[in-house]
Write a protein that binds this ligand. Structure first.
Ligand SMILES: *[C@@H]1O[C@H](CO)[C@@H](O)[C@H](O)[C@H]1NC(C)=O
Ligand SMILES: *[C@@H]1O[C@H](CO)[C@@H](O)[C@H](O)[C@H]1NC(C)=O
Ligand SMILES: *[C@@H]1O[C@H](CO)[C@@H](O)[C@H](O)[C@H]1NC(C)=O
Ligand SMILES: *[C@@H]1O[C@H](CO)[C@@H](O)[C@H](O)[C@H]1NC(C)=O
Ligand SMILES: *[C@@H]1O[C@H](CO)[C@@H](O)[C@H](O)[C@H]1NC(C)=O
Ligand SMILES: *[C@@H]1O[C@H](CO)[C@@H](O)[C@H](O)[C@H]1NC(C)=O
Ligand SMILES: *[C@@H]1O[C@H](CO)[C@@H](O)[C@H](O)[C@H]1NC(C)=O
Ligand SMILES: *[C@@H]1O[C@H](CO)[C@@H](O)[C@H](O)[C@H]1NC(C)=O
Length: 455
């Protein structure tokens, strides 16, 4: 480049011929000092740049004797800032005024959905060649930290950071519990979780009721009639449990067994006493707690022991065993001069005992031969006595009518009758003869056939 050396030689053209003037660089300034005249030999021009720009090239140029400027034309370049790059998961939008990432450049930062900018959202390149701040970064939007539900577990996979956008948490419950709510939740771009809170609820078992005549006592660990609940059963007095005493709700939602029931405690089966009857009323079952049995005896017997017995809560009968005892008649003894022969059906001198009387030779029985013990406890007749023959003869005569004897066509002397009575006294026919009257309370007769046979 030439400076106006020519000015000296062609002074007249100085105003006409444009001199090789130096221009200030863009964004810069020029400060020339002219020794001999503007832009003439010896002129020195100093270059400087505005703030934010650096001079590239000579700082000053001197117009030489040959009419040229020393050096090259310098220029001002905007100060460079460190290059910026988009943050991870984010974007960068820069506008450059003077050149990429130089003084005057501004860069705006933004993040992808689900990510939030941490730091200033825009930076400017200062005149010092530094950015107005540190580069921001994108952080995944955080969701509230999730915890495992009670009795459950949490299995999270984190894409961008713990409990942040993209995190997915799967829930599971311990054995015996069921999940209510979402099985998995995801952290959304807005910092909230999808779905509602998840809970683990204990599996429910069918509701149990106390058995009839019994009680139930349940303890619930996680909720009424749910996994872990245990129910104990008991029965009222007089009843016993059949099967298990307690049940537990399992992890499957089923009970460890069937509901037990209460059964009345049993007493030994009672039988009617011999010669008696039994009349039982059963409240809860045959011969069980609450059963009452009444006893009665047949005619001729009396009840010994309680009239009724009850089955108690301990499975035993109240009172002692009952039996029927034959009613006793007064004990008979043989008459003097006579004998007694008894047959006892139910015991010595009791109901239905039969006693036969007989008299020694020379004596006659006066009264019934056979006595019967009756249900009233009395003998059927008064006991007979054995009397001497004479007495018997008088009796016979007293009770025999004259006509009856005449009919028989027999005339008996006193001695004959005595003989007859003696012969008959120990013979079976005697009873036959006396049969029509059977005792001395009524008149009787002797048949003559019997009489003839004995002569
Ligand atoms: C130009 O330079 C001279 C001498 O170096 C100085 O005195 C003057 O202030 C400068 N002028 C400007 C405008 O920079
Ligand atoms: C960058 O920013 C400018 C000005 O704000 C805007 O017009 C342009 O759309 C943006 N570019 C992108 C890719 O965001
Ligand atoms: C969590 O889930 C992953 C993927 O489904 C599986 O591989 C891992 O075993 C699980 N961890 C637990 C403790 O369940
Ligand atoms: C139920 O069982 C518990 C524990 O065994 C006991 O403390 C409580 O008294 C029982 N309740 C009844 C009404 O039996
Ligand atoms: C048994 O007893 C009941 C009640 O006391 C009575 O109604 C019933 O007639 C009795 N049965 C017999 C066979 O005695
Ligand atoms: C019946 O009488 C006999 C003979 O006297 C006697 O040995 C027996 O013990 C009596 N029986 C009863 C049940 O009294
Ligand atoms: C008692 O004797 C009568 C008459 O012989 C008879 O019918 C009855 O069955 C007897 N009773 C008993 C309990 O022996
Ligand atoms: C039977 O005996 C009882 C006493 O044991 C007496 O009171 C009653 O009169 C007697 N009955 C007869 C018919 O003899």
């Amino acid at each position: 480049m030439f400076c106006s050396v020519l000015v000296l030689s062609f002074q007249q053209f100085s105003l006409v011929v444009p001199r090789l003037l130096l221009k200030a660089p863009t964004q810069g300034e020029l400060n020339c000092s002219h020794l001999h005249g503007d832009f003439t030999f010896g002129s020195t021009c100093a270059f400087s740049c505005q703030e934010g720009f650096v001079l590239m090239g000579q700082e000053s140029r001197v117009c030489t004797a040959t009419g040229t400027w020393t050096g090259d034309t310098p220029h001002c370049e905007a100060k460079a800032c460190p290059m910026l790059s988009a943050p991870e998961k984010g974007e960068l939008n820069c506008s450059h005024l003077h050149g990429d990432f130089t003084f005057g450049s501004t860069c705006a930062f933004s993040c992808q959905t689900g990510f939030a900018l941490v730091g200033s959202d825009s930076l400017g390149c200062t005149a010092m060649g530094t950015w107005t701040g540190d580069s921001p970064h994108c952080e995944a939007v955080a969701c509230p930290v999730l915890r495992a539900p009670a009795q459950g577990e949490l299995n999270c996979s984190h894409l961008n950071g713990d409990f942040t956008f993209g995190s997915t948490c799967a829930f599971s419950c311990q054995e015996g519990f069921v999940l209510t709510g979402q099985e998995s939740r995801e952290c959304t771009a807005t910092g909230t979780w999808t779905g509602d809170a998840t809970r683990c609820e204990a599996k429910t078992c069918p509701v149990l009721r106390a058995p009839a005549q019994g009680e139930m006592n349940c303890s619930h660990l996680h909720g009424d009639f749910t996994f872990g609940s245990t129910c104990a059963f008991s029965c009222q007095k007089g009843f016993a449990l059949v099967e298990l005493q307690s049940l537990e709700c399992t992890a499957m939602g089923t009970w460890t067994g069937d509901t037990p029931h209460c059964e009345a405690i049993t007493c030994p089966v009672l039988r009617a006493p011999a010669q008696g009857e039994l009349n039982c009323s059963h409240l809860h079952g045959d011969f069980t707690f609450g059963s009452t049995c009444a006893f009665s005896c047949q005619k001729g017997f009396v009840l010994m022991g309680p009239q009724s017995r009850e089955c108690t809560a301990t499975g035993t009968w109240t009172g002692d065993p009952t039996h029927c005892r034959a009613i006793s008649c007064p004990e008979l003894s043989p008459p003097s001069r006579g004998q007694l022969s008894c047959s006892h059906v139910h015991g010595n001198f009791t109901y239905n005992s039969t006693c036969a009387f007989s008299c020694q030779e020379g004596f006659v029985r006066m009264g019934a031969e056979l006595l019967h013990c009756q249900a009233t406890g009395n003998w059927s007749r008064a006991a007979p006595v054995c009397a001497e023959d004479g007495a018997f003869l008088k009796q016979v005569l007293a009770y025999s009518s004259g006509s009856a004897l005449a009919l028989a066509g027999v005339v008996l002397s006193g001695g004959l009758i005595a003989l007859l009575a003696k012969r008959l006294s120990d013979r079976e026919e005697k009873r036959k003869l006396l049969k029509p009257t059977s005792d001395l309370g009524a008149p009787g007769t002797f048949t003559n056939t019997a009489y003839d046979a004995n002569l």
